[in-house]
Design a protein around this ligand. Structure first.
Ligand code: FEO
Length: 401
C-alpha cells in the first residue's frame, strides 16, 4: 500500500525509509535507518525530484503511482547520481515512457556509466541559471558540484520558495510518518545523526558547501526538501547555523574529546587520569572514546564538534596503533582544521606513536599540537603525574578563555 504525504498543495512526498540496511554506503552504521526522499510536483506538468534506493522500490512504485493518480510523469529531475537516489531511474523511464530526465551534463555522463540504457534522447541537460516552467511553477537549476559529487545540482522552485537540496541538509535516520522538522525533536533526537552524516559524507567539501550556502543566501527559501531526513519548514536556521560551522571547520563547542587506543589498559589509564584532572580543573562535558570500540564515523563527528582533542595511543609495529592511525587519516581526508591537540604516547621499548600522530596532524591545516607530549613507557609513572597535570591545566585554561 502507498505511504505518501502532502507537503504543499501540489507537492507530495513519495520516498520511503530503510530500517534493515546496517551500513550506509556499506561503510557507516545506521542503527536508526535512513530515508530516501523523493518528491512529486503535480503542476500542469508532473515532475519527480529524484528516485530512491532500489531496496525500497516496491514502496516507491506504489507511492508514485498513487500520487500521480492516473496522470503521466513528464519530468524526472536527477539532482545526484549516487545510487541511493538514482537506482530507479531506468525502471521509471520504462514505466513512464513520456518522462524526460532533467539533469546536469555530468549527471548524464554518469547515467551512461552506471546503466547500459541509452537515455540521451530523453534527457534535458540544464546548466547554472537555467529555468523550466511546469505551469504555475518555475524551476531554477543551481549547480552544486561536490555537494556531494561533481554532477550535483539543486533546484529552487520560485513560487513555493522551496529548495530541493540534494544531499545537503540531509541526515541519517528513518522517517516515521512525521516528515517535517516541526513534527519531530530534531535537536535532541536527530542532530547527532545529522552531524555524523554531514561530517563523514560531505565533511571534506567545506569550500563547496560554502559556495552553495552563498548561492542559497541569495534565494528566499521557506522550505528545504533534502534527499535524506526531514523536510525543513520550521526552524531552518537550526541546521543552517550548523552547516556554517561544519563547512568552515569551526568547532561547535569549546569542549574536549579524549580519544585513546589501548592494548592492555595502560594508555586508557593515562587517559582516565587526565580526564579526572581536567574535571578537577572545572572542565565540563568531557567526551572520551576508545577508538577500538567506537565506529570511526562517531569519532569524526565528535571531532567536528569539539575545539580540543587529546589523542593517546600505543606504539604498534614500530608505528602507530592501527585504529588511531585510521581515525587520524580519516580526519585528514575529511579536511578537519582549526583544532588544538594534546598527545599521549606509549611504548614499552621504543615509543614512537607520538611522532607518528604529530606527523599526520602537521600535514593537516591549522592544527595546533601542544608542547609537552606525555611519553609513557608501558604505563603511567608516578613521576609523570606532574606532566599530565600541566597538560590538563593548559587545556582547561584555553577552554576557559
Ligand atoms: Fe544520498 Fe550522495 O547520496
Amino acid at each position: 500500500m502507498y505511504a505518501i504525504r502532502k507537503i504543499q498543495e501540489d507537492l507530495v512526498y513519495v520516498g520511503g525509509s530503510d530500517r534493515r540496511l546496517s551500513r550506509f554506503e556499506n561503510l557507516f552504521p545506521i542503527p536508526r535507518g535512513v530515508s530516501y526522499n523523493s518528491y512529486l510536483l503535480l503542476d500542469e506538468k508532473t515532475v519527480l525530484f529524484d528516485t530512491v534506493d532500489d531496496s525500497i522500490s516496491r514502496q516507491f512504485y506504489e507511492n508514485v503511482e498513487a500520487a500521480l493518480a492516473g496522470r503521466t510523469l513528464d519530468y524526472m529531475v536527477v539532482h545526484h547520481m549516487e545510487p541511493d537516489h538514482c537506482s530507479m531511474i531506468v525502471a521509471l523511464l520504462h514505466r513512464y515512457p513520456e518522462a524526460k530526465i532533467v539533469c546536469s551534463a555530468k549527471a548524464l555522463t554518469m547515467i551512461a556509466q552506471f546503466y547500459a540504457e541509452d537515455v540521451q534522447a530523453r534527457a534535458l541537460v540544464v546548466a547554472e541559471g537555467d529555468k523550466l516552467s511546469t505551469g504555475k511553477h518555475t524551476l531554477h537549476f543551481v549547480m552544486a558540484p561536490m555537494v556531494h559529487w561533481p554532477e550535483v545540482m539543486v533546484t529552487y522552485d520560485e513560487p513555493s520558495k522551496t529548495l530541493f537540496s540534494a544531499d545537503a541538509f540531509g541526515t541519517f535516520g528513518a522517517l516515521a510518518g512525521n516528515i517535517f522538522d516541526d513534527e519531530i525533536d530534531f535537536d535532541s533526537a536527530w542532530m547527532s545523526d545529522a552531524r555524523r552524516y554531514y561530517t563523514n559524507i560531505v565533511g571534506k567539501y567545506g569550500a563547496q558547501v560554502q559556495a552553495l550556502l552563498k548561492k542559497a543566501a541569495a534565494l528566499d527559501i521557506e522550505m528545504i526538501c533534502p534527499l535524506h531526513g526531514p523536510v525543513w519548514r520550521g526552524n531552518l536556521g537550526l541546521l543552517l547555523d550548523k552547516y556554517q560551522k561544519w563547512s568552515t571547520y569551526e568547532p561547535e563547542d569549546k569542549r574536549v574529546m579524549i580519544a585513546y587506543a589501548t592494548m592492555y589498559g595502560n594508555t586508557e589509564n593515562a587517559a582516565c587520569v587526565l580526564a579526572g584532572m581536567l574535571a578537577d580543573c572545572g572542565v565540563h562535558k568531557i567526551a572520551m572514546y576508545d577508538v577500538s570500540g567506537t565506529d570511526v564515523s562517531e569519532l569524526v563527528a565528535e571531532s567536528f564538534q569539539c575545539s580540543h582533542l587529546v589523542l593517546a595511543a600505543p606504539t604498534y609495529n614500530g608505528g602507530l596503533h592501527p585504529r588511531m592511525e585510521t581515525f587520524l587519516n580519516d580526519l585528514k581526508a575529511l579536511n578537519l582544521q582549526n583544532r588544538t591537540v594534546a598527545l599521549i604516547e606509549n611504548g614499552t621499548w621504543a615509543p614512537v606513536s607520538g611522532r607518528h600522530m604529530k606527523a599526520i596532524l602537521e600535514s593537516m591545516k591549522n592544527m595546533t599540537v601542544l608542547d609537552g607530549t606525555v611519553a609513557l613507557k608501558s604505563s603511567l609513572a608516578e613521576g609523570q603525574l606532574g606532566a599530565l597535570a600541566a597538560l590538563a591545566d593548559e587545556i582547561a585554561a584555553q577552554l576557559a578563555e
